[in-house]
Design a protein around this ligand. Sequence first.
Ligand code: O7M
Length: 211
Amino acid sequence: MTELILALDVTGREEALAIARVCAPHLDRIKIGYPLVLSAGLAIARDLAALGRPLLADFKVADIPNTNRLITEAVFDAGFGGIICQGFPGRDSVQACVDVAHARGGECYVVAEMSHPGAPEFFHGGVAERLAALAVACNVDGIIAPATRPERVKALREIVGKRRIFSPGVGAQGGDADAVAALADGIIVGRAIYEARDPATAAKKYAAVRG
Ligand code: O7M
């Protein structure tokens, strides 16, 4: 089964809660990050987690191991069920996030390759493959790989095996839900759901990937 993950990047607390509430029946997870947390406050995490869907903290954590550890502890204290970090700071930094996440019964995901047009400036020439291998070596729960480049999801699958691949870039960035759903364990959809006139109907449409 492919999961549907809502990227809830709205910037108002009430709007976020209203959208999450009506979309929740169609979702497997909700992902929030700086846009919502910096505008609505960290306490929004508990309110969203109460909807019963695992909540992913997309802070793309990228610091030294001690700072990564402190950030990850704060994330799990706030009620999140998973955290997303960057791999490029190196193995010890990623391991710090994984260790805290697993000690708290949560999950950790590493960005292997990004979805936007500028991503290949650095994510090329084997870099994403190395990040994916590092993620596996750190025993992460999965990686992030671009729905805008399905062939890259396929290539990274060779490295991560059965570990999850969550794929952003469906809808607003041009990625095709069905094409990516065949390759990834979850599609991450933001604007195509939360900017729709009827977010619940949009979520239901994308939920077709859940089978
Ligand atoms: O569907 P969108 O384009 O409105 O939103 C996509 C979401 O996925 C948004 O929250 C981005 O920050 C995130 N994302 C990407 O779009 N591209 C990436 O390469 C990585 C992410 C992401 O989720 O990283 C963890």
